[in-house]
Design a binder for this molecule. Structure first.
Ligand code: GUN
Length: 313
C-alpha cells in the first residue's frame, strides 16, 4: 500500500512554523505581518476562499485587512486601492482574489501589485525571479507541493520528475522548483505524445492537468511519489457531489506515496499564503526582497523548506 501524504497534517505543521516566525519577527523588533485581501464583487466561491484566508491569518498572528469592493468598481478605482496598499508600510502582502469582473483587465491589475508584496507569486517579476533563481515569492500551490514532496523524499538530486500540466499557476512554477532542487524535469500536458510512457519513467509525478482520473495505475512505476493537484467536482453515483483528482488513487497503490483528494495539496495552499506573507514581511523589513545575486546565491527558501540545499547551476 502506498503511503498517504496527509496534507492537512503538513499544513498544520507549516502553520505552527509560520506562527513561530511571526513571534520571532516581532520579538526581534520587526513588524507584525499584514495581509490585504481584495475582493471585487460577491462571487460565492471567492467569498468562501477569502473568508478562509482571513480566518487563517488570525491563527498565526498575521493582521488581515479586507478590502471589499462592489462589482461595479472601475479599473481606475481598483488601481487606486492597489497603489494605496503598495504604499502602506503596515501591509506586507496583497492578494487580489480572481476572477475579477469582466470589465476589469486582470493582467493589468495583478501587474500593478508591488512584486515584493505579491504573496500569490503571480507577478511577472516574481515569475522571472523564480526562473532565474533570484529569490522572490513563489506561487502557493507549487510551494505546497514541494513541501509535501519533502515529507517523503530525502534527496531530490537527479530524480526524474514528470509534471503533467503547463499552467502558469502550477505546472510551470513547480517545474522550476523541481529544477532548483536538481531534478531532471519533463513538463507534459494533455497533448503530449506517449504520456503514459513518459510518466512510467518518473520518480516523481505531479499531476496538474485538471483531467479527472487521467493517471492510471500502469502509468506509475513502483516506488514513485505522486502529487495529485487535480480537484474536479463530479456527481457521484449516489447523486452527491464529490471531488475527484487527476490520479486513479485505487490503481496506484504500488507507488511509494500519494496525496489524497481532498486532503492532499488543497490544505497546503492557504498555509503557503501565510508563509509567503511572513517571508514578504521579513524581506521588506530587512530591505532585502528579491535581491539574491543570480550568479552566486541560491534563493533562500529556508523559511519554507525543512532542508535548504541550494544548488549549483
Ligand atoms: N482565486 C482562486 N484561487 C486564488 C488564488 O490562489 N489567488 C487569487 N488571487 N485568487 C484566487
Amino acid at each position: 500500500m502506498a503511503e498517504i501524504i496527509d496534507g492537512r497534517a503538513v499544513a498544520r505543521q507549516l502553520d505552527d512554523k509560520t506562527k513561530a516566525e511571526v513571534d520571532a519577527l516581532i520579538a526581534a523588533g520587526g513588524p507584525r505581518p499584514g495581509l490585504a485581501v481584495i475582493l471585487v464583487g460577491a462571487d460565492p466561491a471567492s467569498e468562501v476562499y477569502v473568508r478562509r484566508k482571513i480566518k487563517a491569518c488570525e491563527k498565526v498572528g498575521i493582521v488581515s485587512l479586507e478590502e471589499r469592493l462592489p462589482a461595479e468598481t472601475s479599473q481606475e478605482e481598483l488601481m487606486g486601492v492597489i497603489a494605496r496598499l503598495n504604499a502602506d508600510l503596515s501591509v506586507h502582502g496583497i492578494l487580489c482574489q480572481v476572477p475579477l469582473p469582466p470589465h476589469i483587465d486582470t493582467r493589468t491589475v495583478l501587474g500593478a501589485i508591488d512584486p515584493d508584496k505579491d504573496v500569490d507569486g503571480f507577478h511577472p517579476v516574481n515569475v522571472g525571479r523564480l526562473s532565474t533563481g533570484t529569490g522572490g515569492i513563489v506561487p502557493c500551490t507549487p510551494l505546497g507541493i514541494m513541501i509535501l514532496l519533502e515529507t517523503v523524499i530525502d534527496d531530490f538530486v537527479g530524480k526524474d520528475a514528470v509534471v503533467i500540466g503547463k499552467s502558469n499557476i502550477v505546472g510551470k512554477p513547480v517545474a522550476m522548483l523541481l529544477l532548483e532542487r536538481e531534478c531532471t524535469v519533463t513538463v507534459t500536458h494533455i497533448y503530449t505524445a506517449d504520456l503514459p510512457e513518459i510518466a512510467r519513467k518518473a520518480d516523481i509525478i505531479v499531476a496538474a492537468a485538471g483531467a479527472p482520473g487521467l493517471v492510471r495505475g500502469d502509468w506509475v512505476k513502483p516506488g514513485a511519489v505522486i502529487i495529485d493537484v487535480g480537484i474536479t467536482r463530479l456527481m457521484g453515483e449516489d447523486g452527491k457531489e464529490k471531488l475527484v483528482g487527476d490520479v486513479r488513487f485505487d490503481e496506484v497503490q504500488h507507488a511509494k506515496a500519494v496525496t489524497p483528494v481532498p486532503g492532499g495539496v488543497g490544505p497546503m495552499t492557504i498555509a503557503c499564503l501565510l508563509a509567503n506573507t511572513v517571508q514578504a514581511a521579513k524581506a521588506l523589513s530587512a530591505g532585502a526582497a528579491g535581491n539574491a545575486d543570480p550568479y552566486h546565491d541560491a534563493p533562500d527558501r529556508s523559511l519554507i523548506y525543512a532542508t535548504s540545499e541550494g544548488g549549483a547551476d
